[in-house]
Write a protein that binds this ligand. Structure first.
Ligand SMILES: C[S@@+](CC[C@H](N)C(=O)[O-])C[C@H]1O[C@@H](n2cnc3c(N)ncnc32)[C@H](O)[C@@H]1O
Length: 416
């Protein structure tokens, strides 16, 4: 026997193939979710997993009707059962996913949402907990069959890091194409947002930077090292890619560069840096566990009172991001909003096949309190601010940026 606290879990999810969890398995995911009145999740269905929602308290709107305490609603997978989930009152629900499959959810345009017939929904009035358990038991049997067929992977952080090393050391990688829209990024005023709170020039993070030492985490070919050297006394760089570090050494010979293991800062000196910053890289690490290990290493590398500013990618509607595909259902065109190739802030997409914009991590408005809380477990005086990406998509002094899913860059500021 062993036990854990629900309060240690992320957003109430206590069983599943993630950390933290009380029981790690991909046979099922279980969570007790507390939904505030007004919470609304966009219309979606599940490709392969059965979802069961038992309402413990409050009132929800799903499948165009209201559900209250005592209702257990079963969503069949495969595209028939599409619904949004809206909390009409503060509500508490148990959610079960059988089996637990990463990225199984498919979002559907709310405007063309299909209304599911009554007969398509299994609705159960339960008199006691045993009835729920019977339903769950039956579903677990189905889940066993499905999980065997769904070819779940058992990939770990090591697999993810190996994939990243491979991708970033690929011989086709050049200093320009790895940054992507290189010229656009060179025009973007990163210094304003890395060195001033809220990007407000009245609020510098340091009174004087000329006597300070900085570290560029995931510096790649040294693009921002070069720029920040104009501001700081010294700027070091570290990166997972030996190939890109070689390029960076050629471009900025006066800088000390370090190759990392993917979840750390390599051999950078400890208790040394006044400032650690990161641009267009943290959003490419689609694992919370790996980023957390990197954050812990950053803390060790900072001097007492040292600061971090880490830029990541934000879209207020995340996980409902840009349209990726369309299909027809009952003569209506459905626009899909897929989350399939992106990780949540707390996600660990160890089985991702790609990185660097092809499988990123997203932060949405709903995540902001949790992100702040999470960073505050390691650092002090956390604060967040934003700069627009979307407003500059097409034209930043004539330079183009592709229509990336993130509308803004989010900057995570914190102190040791
Ligand atoms: C798009 S490039 C950005 C490079 C640079 N920061 C810039 O702004 O120009 C992403 C960089 O992140 C690095 N990177 C990705 N995952 C990493 C990890 N887990 N640890 C260290 N570096 C990583 C890559 O090798 C690559 O150099």
């Amino acid at each position: 026997m062993y036990s854990k606290k629900l309060s240690e879990m992320t957003r109430g999810w206590f069983v599943g193939d993630f950390e933290p969890s009380a029981y790690r398995t991909n046979d099922a995911e279980a969570g007790i979710r507390v939904l505030e009145k007004g919470y609304c999740e966009q219309a979606h269905y599940h490709r392969s997993a059965v979802k069961v929602i038992a309402v413990l308290s409050g009132k929800l709107r799903m499948f165009n009707r209201e559900w209250t305490e005592d209702d257990v609603v079963v969503f069949e997978p495969g595209g028939g059962d599409i619904t949004s989930i809206e909390a009409l009152q503060d509500s508490k629900i148990v959610v079960l996913m059988l089996p637990g499959i990463k990225n199984d959810k498919v979002y559907v345009d709310a405007q063309t949402e299909q209304i599911v017939n009554d007969s398509d929904i299994q609705r159960h009035r339960v008199k006691d907990i045993r009835t729920i358990l019977n339903i769950m038991g039956n579903l677990l049997q189905i889940a066993d069959i499905r999980s065997a067929a769904s070819m779940q992977t058992n990939k770990t952080d090591r697999d993810y890091i190996s994939m990243q090393k491979r991708e970033y050391e690929n011989p086709d990688v050049t200093p320009e194409n790895i940054v992507g829209q290189y010229a656009w990024h060179e025009e973007y005023p990163y210094e304003t947002f890395l060195l001033y709170k809220n990007g407000d020039v009245r609020k510098p993070i340091f009174e004087n930077t000329k006597d300070k030492i900085a570290l560029d985490f995931a510096c790649g070919p040294g693009r921002m090292v070069k720029r920040m050297l104009k501001v700081f006394k010294k700027v070091d760089g570290c990166d997972i890619s030996a190939r890109l570090i070689e390029e960076a050494r050629k471009r900025v010979p006066e800088t000390d560069f370090y190759v990392t293991n993917g979840n750390d800062l390599g051999d950078v000196p400890l208790n040394h840096y006044d400032f650690i910053y990161c641009t267009i890289s943290m959003q490419h690490i689609a694992s919370y566990e790996i980023r957390r290990s990197i954050l812990q290493n950053m803390k060790q590398a900072l001097r007492p009172g040292g600061k971090i500013v880490l830029q990541m990618a934000y879209n207020s509607h995340f996980p409902y991001v840009s349209e990726r595909a369309r299909y027809r259902m009952n003569d209506k065109e459905i626009v899909m909003y897929e989350k399939a190739d992106m990780a949540d802030y707390f996600g660990n997409d160890f089985d991702a096949a790609k990185t660097n914009g092809l499988h990123d991590v997203g932060i949405g408005k709903r995540d902001l309190p949790e992100v702040k809380k999470d960073i505050a477990e390691i650092f002090d005086n956390v604060s967040l601010w934003f700069s627009s990406v979307k407003n500059y998509y097409d034209d930043l002094d004539g330079q183009k940026h592709s229509n990336y899913w993130a509308t803004d860059w989010i900057y995570i500021y914190a102190e040791k």
